[in-house]
Design a binder for this molecule. Structure first.
Ligand code: T3D
Length: 262
């Protein structure tokens, strides 16, 4: 499929989506939303895709909503919530719910909803020069695209409030120290390093990785006992995969496992 606002590539089992409006720092217009949704739906249905990498073209990852599109008609009160219903909430739900690991490769500045989409990745990797900005308070909005949830869970209430209210840029290094980012890679070798990680993950037992993320996502709404029950159900599913048989067989035969993601 060909798109205008995103680039898509397939390298073996790794799908790469690049947000591609660099002159607007890859901010979202409705076309980019529609194209990204279509591509995520396609990837979800394609058994060959075993890891997704989401990144941005040029010097930004994504600057959130395209503000140059906004028009205020006299006497009309805007309903910003509609944009969350139509675009941002389905987008972050799709990313989080994808049954394969999602690596967000934060190549540069990530602001507004762009920051929170970046932080929705299962594995968040940042370039040294990247920064995360909860820019919403600067324009009279609140963090969206899951920002209040992610920030509070990962940073605690005090830091979540401070970075949201003050819109203080968080460097890649600080984000790594705070556990918002898994690893920081040098700018010069950034995409090569990301692809090495993505390729390695795509050769793992990716069904089990998908089930792992499902289990971990359920923790915040489950009791300990409910979580044990969920682990039992998901482990049952993992145990029925070809990859489980292959993993155990390879261990016994003292060789590398050849997983297929099935
Ligand atoms: O309304 C709804 O739909 C609800 C949903 C809301 C979700 C949201 O994301 S709200 C938050 C929207 N985003 C922002 O408020 C961020 C705005 N951008 C910035 O604060 C800064 O651009 C950055 C901190 C991201 C980067 O700063 P800097 O100094 O590195 O770059 P710059 O010079 O500000 O931007 C470069 C160009 O990108 C510039 O265009 P120009 O002057 O060269 O023609 C700038 O206007 C453009 N740009 C940056 N961000 C956006 C944008 N154009 C449109 N929309 C943007 N969000």
């Amino acid at each position: 499929m060909s798109y205008n606002s995103i680039l898509v590539q397939q390298k073996d089992a790794v799908s790469i989506i690049t947000l591609n409006r660099p002159e607007k720092l890859n901010s979202f217009n409705s076309e980019m939303h529609r194209e990204l949704a279509a591509e995520l739906n396609r990837i979800a249905a394609d058994q060959l895709c075993r890891v997704l990498v989401l990144t941005g073209a040029g010097r930004a990852f994504c600057a959130g909503q395209d503000l140059s599109e906004k028009k205020f008609a006299p006497g009309v009160v805007p309903d910003v919530g509609k944009s969350l219903d139509e675009y941002y909430n389905p987008l972050v739900r799709r990313l989080r719910g994808l049954a394969i690991p999602v690596i967000t490769a934060v190549n540069g500045v990530a602001a507004g909803a762009g920051a929170n989409i970046a932080l929705t990745g299962d594995i968040v990797i940042a370039a040294k020069s990247a920064r995360f900005i909860q820019a919403f308070s600067r324009i009279g909005l609140i963090p969206d695209a899951g920002g209040t949830y992610i920030l509070t869970h990962k940073l605690g209430e005090m830091r979540a409030k401070a970075v949201s209210m003050l819109a203080t840029p968080i460097s890649a290094e600080q984000a790594e120290k705070w556990g918002l980012v898994w690893q920081v890679f040098d700018d010069e070798t950034f995409m090569d390093d990301v692809m090495q990680l993505a390729t390695q993950m795509s050769q793992q037992a990716t069904c089990a990785l998908g089930l792992t993320k499902q289990a971990i996502h359920a923790v915040s709404s489950n009791t300990y006992d409910q979580q044990l029950d969920l682990e039992r159900r998901l482990q049952g599913e993992a145990g029925r995969t070809d990859d489980y048989r292959e993993g155990v067989t390879a261990f016994k035969e003292k060789r590398e496992a050849r997983f297929t993601g099935r």
